[in-house]
Design a protein around this ligand. Structure first.
Ligand SMILES: C[S@@+](CC[C@H](N)C(=O)[O-])C[C@H]1O[C@@H](n2cnc3c(N)ncnc32)[C@H](O)[C@@H]1O
Length: 260
């Protein structure tokens, strides 16, 4: 069984707490609650992010015809995981999950329950080591065919010193034309004051530090890629399936782009 420290809050478990899950400890709930005090919409924002992710995977497996997914920063299993949504559209989809959290690793078996026509795999790796991710994911993915690289609510954990733009470029550089980059990123310029307060709380209480970014900084991840409609928008405004979804508070920038 992997070793993990329950005395310090970790983002996978704090996020699980905001989503109403059970895989969290007192330190995670304390950090989660203080974040809610700073930014009361964070649980709704987390839910809007999950709903966005499900819409994106449906778009990728449907309209975009993608059959291979590299989902980095998977999180603790909850509803609508990437392989569930993708394989409900096309059962032959192959999904590689990547996370560096030992609690996510503990739950990896739930992520490996693939439809027999497709396949899933789990890689225990850090986003700051894209070469390891690319090498390990090749067990399941064929880089001669298009891959959707998913970076949902994870790049805020890579500070500027670790050059998140170079990491994204390395991942996308390994993929053939027709591949996609899909991401969401907590915003520093939506609900700016509350988000700044929440960042301070999280950086005091959590093991993983956060860097929230503004729209222009998030747009930088899509350099040389072609953004699909409606472009880089608030997560709840990306092809919402109902007015209620569109109206949900979401302090995240979100976009999906194709490699030409
Ligand atoms: C906020 S959660 C998002 C989960 C899911 N992608 C979603 O959007 O619903 C961030 C996830 O990224 C993982 N993570 C954070 N930093 C990471 C890193 N450097 N390498 C790999 N995973 C990381 C955390 O363990 C956590 O599971």
């Amino acid at each position: 069984m992997p070793d993990f420290d329950t005395s310090v809050a970790h983002i996978a478990r704090v996020y699980d707490y905001w989503l109403g899950g059970k895989d969290n400890f007192a330190a995670d709930r304390a950090a989660g609650d203080q974040a809610i005090q700073a930014f009361p919409n964070i649980p709704l924002s987390a839910r809007a992010n999950r709903a966005y992710q499900a819409r994106v995977v449906r778009f990728l497996a449907g309209e975009a015809g993608i059959r291979q997914f590299l989902d980095i920063g998977t999180g603790i299993p909850t509803a609508n995981h990437t392989h569930q949504v993708a394989q409900s559209v096309a059962p032959e989809c192959r999904v590689v999950y990547v996370d560096n959290d030992p609690v996510v690793l503990l739950h990896a078996r739930a992520l490996l329950a693939s439809h027999p026509a497709g396949a899933t795999d789990y890689v225990d790796a850090d986003l700051r080591d894209p070469e390891k991710i690319l090498d390990s994911a090749e067990r399941l993915l064929d880089y001669r065919r298009p891959v959707a690289v998913m970076l949902m609510a994870i790049l805020q954990h890579v500070d500027d010193e670790h050059d998140p733009y170079a990491i994204v470029a390395a991942l996308m550089g390994a993929m053939p034309p027709g591949s996609y980059l899909a991401l969401s990123h907590p915003a520093s310029d939506i609900d700016a004051e509350a988000m700044a307060k929440m960042a301070i709380v999280l950086n005091q209480m959590m093991a993983e530090k956060v860097t929230f970014r503004d729209r222009a900084a998030v747009a930088g991840f899509f350099t040389d890629l072609e953004l699909a409609e409606p472009g880089l928008v608030q997560a709840s405004k990306w092809r919402p399936s109902s007015e209620m979804q569109a109206a949900s508070p979401a302090a995240l920038w979100a976009g999906v782009a194709r490699k030409p």
